[in-house]
Design a protein around this ligand. Structure first.
Ligand SMILES: C[S@@+](CC[C@H](N)C(=O)[O-])C[C@H]1O[C@@H](n2cnc3c(N)ncnc32)[C@H](O)[C@@H]1O
Length: 277
């Protein structure tokens, strides 16, 4: 298999997951969102600033709940995702809540072939780079779509976490997996469910993910011509990282962040980077 085959397998899974996620869950509170509450991740670290009047390209937007949330704050925003189902749910949700977000179905590597525009902000967060085989090409796409003076922002799971596993009976993570990898994807087989709906019945049980080091993420942006404003690391995460091994070791705080129970911040669980063009 080559990267095209891996991406096409992932796409099938994401189509199925989009159909599941649009129905709502604790992770994706779709009904609350429709009722006028915020998106599922209102707790983006307060790094982005006001977006009213800004043009934004939101990469890997899934079924668009957050894209629509930013539109609700006055942004002129376009969400991009390679899943046909995700984009079709996003357009329907956008119509239903009466916002003006736009959506494009595309593999982000092919986006420059079909979209001619530049943006004040390019945004991607929460479960993004692990689905991408080629970070230098990704960073070039970001630079391509940024206006001079515009900025890129990413927040995502800290690559450090990819090394850890946890026994059900222990509250101490163990180092099990390598940090530096060969560039080949990891084949992930799940018995059932998704990260948002662990009990849902699913047909597509195999996906492929690429572990990238923090250095690779940052250097790909620098090599594409961006200037790093900051790299932040956080002792909490946007999801329950250890759900499948010991789901009680992290607890959700009042802002929705998942933290170690005793809150001493043992490990970095999430990072964010802001970079200017
Ligand atoms: C975990 S979601 C993104 C996070 C988003 N914040 C959310 O709502 O959860 C990952 C998204 O990446 C999309 N995706 C994966 N690989 C892609 C690619 N090569 N091009 C475009 N979208 C991709 C998937 O379809 C999925 O919707």
């Amino acid at each position: 298999m080559d990267n095209k085959d891996y991406i096409s397998e992932n796409q099938k899974a994401w189509d199925e997951w989009a159909d599941i996620h649009i129905k709502g869950s604790l992770f994706y509170p779709v009904e609350q969102f429709k009722a006028g509450k915020q998106g599922w991740s209102p707790n983006i670290p307060d790094d982005i600033g006001p977006v009213a009047g800004k043009s934004i390209l939101h990469l890997q937007c899934h079924f668009g709940m957050d894209t629509i949330m930013w539109a609700g704050q006055g942004a002129h925003i376009t969400g991009v995702d390679f899943s046909e189902k995700a984009v079709s749910h996003a357009r329907a949700l956008n119509r239903e809540v009466g916002k003006n977000a736009e959506f494009i179905r595309s593999d982000i590597y092919r986006l420059p072939e079909i979209l001619e525009k530049q943006y004040d902000i390019v945004l991607t967060y929460y479960g993004t780079v692990v689905w991408l085989p080629d970070l230098p090409a990704w960073a070039k796409v970001i630079a391509h779509f940024l206006k001079p003076g515009g900025f890129f922002y990413i927040a995502d799971g800290h690559p450090f976490v990819n090394m850890l596993d946890m026994d059900k009976n222990s509250d101490k993570p163990k180092f099990v997996y390598p940090y530096f990898t060969s560039g080949n994807p990891e084949k992930i087989e799940s018995s059932t469910g998704t990260y948002a709906n662990p009990d849902a019945a699913t047909k597509n049980k195999v996906t492929y993910q690429w572990d990238h080091s923090l250095g690779d993420i940052v250097n790909s942006l620098i090599d594409a011509g961006l200037k790093i404003d900051f790299l932040h690391e956080f002792p909490f995460s946007f999801y329950n990282v250890f759900y499948y091994s010991n789901k009680d070791i992290l607890v959700r705080d009042s802002r929705g962040w998942w933290r170690f129970k005793d809150d001493v911040g043992h490990f970095p669980l999430m990072f964010s980077v802001k970079a200017k063009h």
